[in-house]
Design a protein around this ligand. Structure first.
Ligand SMILES: Nc1nc2c([nH]c(=O)n2[C@H]2C[C@H](O)[C@@H](COP(=O)(O)OP(=O)(O)OP(=O)(O)O)O2)c(=O)[nH]1
Length: 176
């Protein structure tokens, strides 16, 4: 099962939420480390050993934002993504594209070589509040204006993919 981090394989899995509400998603500005301070990101953090991705994401959102969330589908690269947009190491980088076969996806590659899996999510209770990890937060529109804030560079293709998924969904109309 890919949700649980295999012990000892290249550091912790990072999980992050694309928390969506009414045509917008929540992003926050990091306070640390100095190399990332001032850059925007999806809320989330490291999975603990043996913790599955959904559980870790619900915990991180509770700790970091003070909200309870419902976790939905995963944001993965599209079939047209180039190798720079998302790199699947190992099996996910086979000829069938960066997305790989259904169970192969290991996550987006971050600057430090760690992997991050991003899930669309919705608020169940609470309203996001800032803790030590962030000094600003905002509901950004699900359109290209969201790219106007300075994102962690590794997140840019993820935001672009999120916007593309949203555009496709809204073009199909509600309920489809
Ligand atoms: N949460 C999050 N982390 C990201 C994103 N993009 C990105 O490169 N990262 C990197 C920054 C960090 O090196 C790592 C996540 O670590 P973190 O510091 O948020 O993890 P954590 O909440 O468990 O923090 P800590 O208790 O270890 O301080 O992933 C993103 O969109 N969201």
């Amino acid at each position: 099962m890919t949700d649980v981090l295999p012990a000892g394989q290249g550091g912790p899995l990072i999980v992050a939420a694309a928390l969506v509400r009414e045509g917008a998603f929540f992003a926050a500005r990091r306070t640390y480390p100095p190399t990332l301070a001032g850059l925007w990101e999806f809320p989330g953090g490291k999975c603990e050993p043996g913790e599955d991705a959904h559980t870790a994401l619900r915990r991180e959102c509770r700790e970091e934002l003070g909200v309870e969330i419902a976790v939905h589908d995963e944001v993965r690269p599209g079939p047209d993504a180039g190798p720079g947009a998302a790199s699947g190491a190992g099996s996910a980088e086979r000829a069938d594209g960066p997305q790989g076969a259904a169970g192969d996806w290991a996550g987006w590659t971050l600057a430090n070589g760690l992997r991050m899996r991003v899930f669309r999510a919705s608020l169940l209770t609470g309203e996001p509040r800032l803790t030590d990890a962030h000094d600003d937060g905002a509901w950004l529109p699900l359109d290209p204006a969201a790219l106007e804030v300075p994102w962690i560079p590794a997140d840019v293709p993820i935001v672009e993919r999120l916007l593309a998924l949203w555009a496709r969904q809204t073009a199909r109309g509600p309920g489809r």
